[in-house]
Design a protein around this ligand. Structure first.
Ligand SMILES: [Zn+2]
Length: 62
């Protein structure tokens, strides 16, 4: 089990795999960082893909 906190706030999420961690983050983003989600809509898909890949690397290196 790995624990990694949200990149915006300090809330921590524990999961066995990155995809499971990411799923929890998605729910957290939608409820706690709705503003950020709204802004993210204007960002390019590339940025989103990069974010996921950065977070995955971070999770994998824990
Ligand atoms: Zn957060």
């Amino acid at each position: 089990m790995k624990t990694m906190s949200c990149d915006i706030c300090d809330k921590e999420f524990s999961a066995e795999t990155f995809s499971s961690w990411f799923k929890q983050m998605q729910g957290h983003y939608m409820s706690d960082h709705a503003d950020f989600m709204e802004q993210a809509k204007n960002k390019s898909q590339e940025e989103g893909v990069k974010w996921v890949s950065d977070m995955r690397n971070k999770f994998e290196s824990l």
